[in-house]
Design a protein around this ligand. Structure first.
Ligand SMILES: N[C@@H](CCC(=O)N[C@@H](CS)C(=O)NCC(=O)O)C(=O)O
Length: 211
C-alpha cells in the first residue's frame, strides 16, 4: 500500500493522476497547506522541504520508502508499475526532458505568476510582466512540440504528460484571464489538453483529495 500526502493543488494532482493511471493501490492523507499542516514534524520527516506531494511506499524493496518532489515520485511510480516511462533508450530521456521541463519551468513560473498577478495584494507590474512573458514563452515551446508529436515526449503518453497536465489546466483555469492573449494562439496545447482530459484516470486523479 502507498500513502499519498497531498492537497487540492496542481502539484498534488500529478501524483494522484499517476497512481490512478498505474492502478497502484493507495490511501490519501490530506495535508491542508492553507492551515500550515505541511510544517508538522511528522510530515517534515517524510517531506523535509515542507511541500506536497509526498508518498510512502510500505512495500518498497528493502523496506518502507518515503519520496518527496513530484518528479521523483512520478519516476518512482513509473518504475514500480512499469508504465508511462520507457526502461531505457531515447524514449526514456525524451520523457525525462519534458518531466524536468515541467518541474523546473512551467510549474514554478505559473506558480509565481499566480502569486504576483492574483494572490498578492501588492501588484508589482514588473513581476507580472516577467512571469506572464515567461509563461507565454513556455506555452509556446510546448505548443511547438505538440504540433509535431501527439504527446510531449513523442507518440506515447508518459509521466511528462501527467506532470504537465494539472499546471496547463491551471493556465487555462485560474490563470485563464491573465494568460488570455497567450492561450488564443496555443492550438496544439488545447488539442493535447482535450485528449488528456478525456482519460478516466486523469478525471479520477483530479478529484483527489476529497475534502
Ligand atoms: N517542486 C515541488 C513543488 C511542490 C509544491 O510547490 N507544493 C506546494 C503545493 S502546489 C506546497 O506544498 N506548498 C506549501 C508551502 O510552500 O509551504 C514538486 O514538484 O513536488
Amino acid at each position: 500500500m502507498i500513502t499519498l500526502y497531498t492537497w487540492t493543488t496542481p502539484n498534488g494532482r500529478k501524483a494522484s493522476i499517476a497512481l490512478e493511471e498505474m492502478g497502484l493501490p493507495y490511501e490519501v492523507r490530506p495535508v491542508n497547506i492553507g492551515k500550515n499542516e505541511q510544517f508538522a514534524p511528522d510530515f517534515l520527516r517524510i517531506s523535509p522541504n515542507n511541500k506536497i506531494p509526498a508518498i510512502v511506499d510500505q512495500d518498497a524493496e528493502g523496506g518502507p520508502l518515503a519520496v518527496f518532489e513530484s518528479g521523483a515520485i512520478l519516476t518512482y511510480l513509473a518504475e514500480k508499475s512499469g508504465r508511462f516511462l520507457a526502461p531505457s533508450g531515447p524514449a526514456r530521456y525524451k520523457a525525462m526532458e519534458w518531466l524536468y521541463w515541467q518541474v523546473g519551468g512551467l510549474g514554478p513560473m505559473l506558480g509565481q505568476l499566480g502569486f504576483f498577478a492574483l494572490r498578492s495584494h501588492e501588484k508589482s507590474q514588473l513581476a507580472i510582466k516577467r512571469f506572464t512573458e515567461e509563461a507565454d514563452r513556455l506555452l509556446s515551446v510546448m505548443d511547438k512540440q505538440l504540433a509535431e508529436t501527439e504527446y510531449l515526449a513523442g507518440a506515447d503518453y508518459s509521466i511528462a504528460d501527467i506532470a504537465t497536465y494539472p499546471w496547463t489546466l491551471a493556465a487555462t483555469g485560474f490563470l485563464g484571464e491573465v494568460l488570455a492573449d497567450s492561450l488564443t494562439t496555443k492550438l496544439f496545447v488545447h488539442r493535447w489538453l482535450r485528449t488528456v482530459s478525456d482519460r478516466p484516470a486523469v478525471q479520477r486523479g483530479m478529484e483527489v483529495p476529497k475534502i
